[in-house]
Write a protein that binds this ligand. Structure first.
Ligand code: ZN
Ligand code: ZN
Length: 460
């Protein structure tokens, strides 16, 4: 048996690991590389292996850095099964369509502006074919991926439908249980369940995004959100929240709903201004089985995301009309790092008004507008125009969908506690700093750890 680390090796994007058993190959994820444009574009066009050698894909969750290149495999001739949980399948349908749409628009934009022509990696018809090959399997139900490999999804607690994958492999007299962590979430996140560490692992492929960082406690996030809404509303301002459409938006709605029910925030309108977020919210409503049923609001409230203060604006005209609407309000819009999407219009309109608050709830990468806002730079550029940043800026990092250093160590600690023959941990999905810090922690704790580079292979 052999593993090849084809992506998210020494970096956080492009998740893809190849597992070869008895001459057949499974891809664990096939995600998009993101980051510096030219470099990512080259890596995205390189297939992890010739598609006729690929026998199946097992997808951990719907984020584009995990699922985003599957339609490219399909476009290149792959016509076999993609396995995922039912919620991941439904979220992927929207996210991959959105990705195809963005790529087609980008290509058109570059062509119009006389820049070097680029071809989209794939288009809508490739996404449609991908979705027809994707099969949803619930958590805890074993399925045969290829002869000699049985897989089971367990909850990774990261986003709706997210899974860690248990792979029970047999090759001749050799048996191995390989665990692929996927992205590991935080305990106590709203709506979704806590991560469920698998047991009896021989080999673990584990993410390490925040291997060198601890987040603020999750319990503080909702209370602080309430304070920010109260203070801003008292000033007559708007709360502008750049947010990922899938996951973060629904968590914010859920917490705002809880705050409204508790009478902790005033009755001001809440606008979800993102078509993808609206679609993703309907997918959430289709999968209440994947919610955390230990949470009181999940038990008591049927409509978690649609309550009387919430307005979903799908049309551009409705979105524009918000600019001339008076009074305090909450606006949640993509993109999460304020690099594109409707949040830019709201920032252009509201970032220089000191009554407003820009609320940052997610990781902001270097060189993004979101990062410049977090750094509270006095002047920011929106749509190419400079403007003073006079709105209040607040940062809530408790909503991170990723386990922090302590929670990652807990997760692998719990895997080891139930595994008598754990041989090796391969750390993936992390920047070099995070990976070296976390591998030191694990080695000091007696784990045998490898940090593979892209293209590395391992016999297991
Ligand atoms: Zn993820
Ligand atoms: Zn990821």
């Amino acid at each position: 048996m052999e593993l090849t680390f084809a992506g998210a090796a020494g970096e956080v994007t492009g998740s893809c690991h190849l597992l070869r058993v008895s001459g057949r190959t499974i891809a664990l994820d096939c995600g998009m590389f993101q980051g510096r444009r030219a470099e990512a574009a080259l890596k995205n066009r390189e297939l992890p292996l010739p598609v006729d050698e690929l026998d199946a894909v097992v997808l951990s969750h719907a984020h584009i850095d995990h699922a985003g290149r599957i339609p490219f495999l399909v476009r290149s001739g792959f016509a076999k099964t993609v396995w995922a949980t039912p919620a991941t399948r439904d979220l992927s349908a929207y996210m991959l369509a959105d990705s195809a749409h963005i790529q087609v628009k980008d290509a058109e934009f570059l062509a119009r502006h006389g820049k070097q022509a680029i071809q989209p990696l794939y288009e809508m018809r490739d996404v449609t074919r991908t979705m027809s090959e994707m099969i949803g399997v619930p958590y805890g139900k074993a399925f045969t991926v290829i002869p000699g490999v049985e897989a089971t999804f367990v909850d990774a607690g990261h986003i709706l439908g997210s899974a860690s994958v248990i792979l029970d492999c047999v090759e001749g007299s050799l048996t191995r249980r390989i665990v692929f962590s996927g992205d590991i979430g935080r305990g106590g996140l709203p709506i979704i369940r806590d991560p469920q560490p698998p047991s009896n692992a021989d080999v673990v492929i584990m993410e390490s995004t925040y291997g060198n960082r601890d987040h603020a406690p999750i319990e503080d996030a909702r209370g602080r959100l309430g304070e920010i809404v109260r203070e801003t509303a008292a000033r007559g301002g708007r709360i502008l929240i750049p947010s990922f459409a899938v996951g973060r938006t629904q968590e914010l709605l859920y917490d705002l709903h809880a705050l409204v029910r508790a009478g902790a925030i005033p009755h001001i309108p809440i606008f979800v201004d993102s078509p993808l977020a609206i679609d993703a919210t309907s997918v959430f409503q289709l999968h209440p089985d994947a919610f955390d049923h230990t949470e009181e609001m999940v038990q008591q409230v049927r409509e978690l995301f649609r309550f009387d203060l919430v307005h979903f604006t799908r049309d551009v005209s409705e979105s524009k009309a918000l600019n001339s609407t008076q009074g305090p309000m909450v606006i949640i819009a993509a993109s999460g790092m304020a690099e594109s999407g409707r949040i830019l219009h709201h920032l252009a309109h509201g970032a220089s008004d000191p009554r407003n608050t820009i609320l940052i709830v997610g990781f902001q990468a270097e060189h993004t507008l979101g990062r410049r806002i977090v750094e509270r730079q006095p002047v920011i550029k929106v749509f190419g125009d400079e403007m003073p940043l006079r709105a209040q800026v607040e940062v809530l990092n408790g909503y991170s969908a990723h386990a922090d250093r302590r929670e990652l160590a807990q997760w692998i600690g719990r895997v080891r506690a139930t595994s008598s023959s754990l041989k090796q941990v391969y750390l993936v999905h992390g920047e070099p700093d995070a990976q070296s810090a976390f591998s030191e922690i694990l080695r000091a704790d007696g784990f045998s750890v490898t940090v593979p580079a892209r293209g590395d292979r391992a016999n297991i």
